[in-house]
Design a binder for this molecule. Structure first.
Ligand SMILES: NC(=O)N[C@@H](CC(=O)O)C(=O)O
Ligand SMILES: [Zn+2]
Ligand SMILES: [Zn+2]
Length: 345
């Protein structure tokens, strides 16, 4: 039985750090274990221009506790008014590593997202030309589409047409939640990857709803049926380089989660590595862990793998806080509902 494993320091390819007091509270949770993270731009107001991304990066670095090392990989929030030249300049200077596409209204703080995909065509063409990846929140927003079908419908109606009409555009399907997402990546071998969260490896839709509603398991895209979870777990543990960890750790205060109309998002930054290692161990796939958390992501983004390492050890159940405190209020840490045995030494 393996009870210790040393891997290159992991990265998080999809992270919400927020701003102000929340940034201050959550940043150390990620920086403790992760070398880098792709920083989501859905602030209020969103990070749409290069100058805003530079200022946000400075606020992140200012919030980093002394002695911690962490590199935020910045992104721009794509709007119908985004200027292709501003995107190209932000990429050329090394400031941004991706542009984020939110269909308008799909998720938290996505009101400025895209409604008419023809309007962003010049930006997408520029991105294809310069090799800048597009990270996609892949859900349609039409009211008549069932929320559990929104990812699959997005792939057919939006993503596949965009990719066909924009050859060379590199795409990351963010936080995939369905076998449809897994299969779409598998069937398209160039210029396509996908992030998978820790929580979608663990929960299915029953966990949200059976025995009473669990607001801390509610995120978008919403967890699907068990067969979809199994498909995500198989993809993550397969060793296929196109799948990599993007936690989508998305802090909301308890006051905003435990309410009649609760915010979407699971906060996993505190225990991500314990969650993922536990699931890989159960699948007898610890030999694939380093690929998923530390190698496949940099491979897709064309960045070097971390030089330093972390060691995970297996033992008695890991203690982690139920909540982390912020000046905006407490944030509940994702509880998988079973003990975790792997800790970062
Ligand atoms: N995942 C979520 O449920 N919420 C994210 C937004 C997102 O990634 O869709 C958030 O910003 O809170
Ligand atoms: Zn999203
Ligand atoms: Zn997200």
């Amino acid at each position: 039985m393996i009870n210790s494993i040393t891997i290159r320091r992991p990265d998080d390819w999809h992270l919400h750090l927020r701003d102000g007091a929340m940034l201050q509270a959550v940043l150390p949770e990620t920086a403790r274990h992760f070398a880098r993270a792709i920083i989501m731009p859905n602030l209020v107001p969103p990070v749409v221009r290069g100058d805003q991304a530079a200022a946000y990066r400075d606020r992140i670095m200012a919030a980093l506790p002394d002695g911690m090392r962490f590199e935020p990989l910045m992104t721009l929030y794509l709007t119908e008014d985004t200027d292709p030249e501003d995107v190209a300049a932000a990429h050329a200077s090394g400031l941004i590593k991706a542009v984020k596409l939110y269909p308008a209204g799909a998720t938290t703080n996505s009101a400025s997202g895209v409604r008419d995909f023809d309007k962003v065509r010049p930006v997408l063409e520029k991105m294809a030309e310069i090799g800048l990846p597009m990270c996609v929140h892949g859900e349609v927003t039409e009211a008549e589409i069932d929320i559990f079908d929104r990812e699959a419908v997005f792939i057919d109606r939006v993503l596949d047409p965009i990719r066909r009409s924009t050859p060379g555009l590199r795409v990351v399907m963010e936080h995939i939640t369905t076998a449809n997402g897994v299969d779409y990546v598998k069937a398209n071998d160039v210029d396509l990857g996908a992030t998978i969260t820790a929580h979608h490896l663990i929960i299915n839709r029953n966990h949200i709803l059976v025995g009473g509603i669990k607001p801390h398991y509610y995120c978008l895209p919403v967890a699907k049926r068990e067969d979809h979870r199994l498909s995500l777990l198989a993809a993550a543990t397969s060793g296929d380089e196109r799948y990599f960890l993007g936690t989508d750790s998305a802090p909301h205060t308890d006051a905003n989660k435990e309410i009649a109309c609760g915010c979407a998002g699971c906060f996993t930054a505190t225990n991500t590595m314990s969650l993922v290692a536990e699931m890989f161990d159960r699948e007898d796939a610890l030999d694939k862990l380093e690929g998923f958390v530390s190698r496949n992501g940099p491979g897709f983004y064309g960045l070097p793998v971390s030089e330093d390492t972390i060691t995970l050890t297996k033992g008695d159940p890991v203690a982690y806080p139920d909540k982390i405190e912020s000046d905006e209020g407490p944030v509940t840490v994702f509880d998988p509902g079973f003990p975790l045995h792997w800790r970062v030494a």
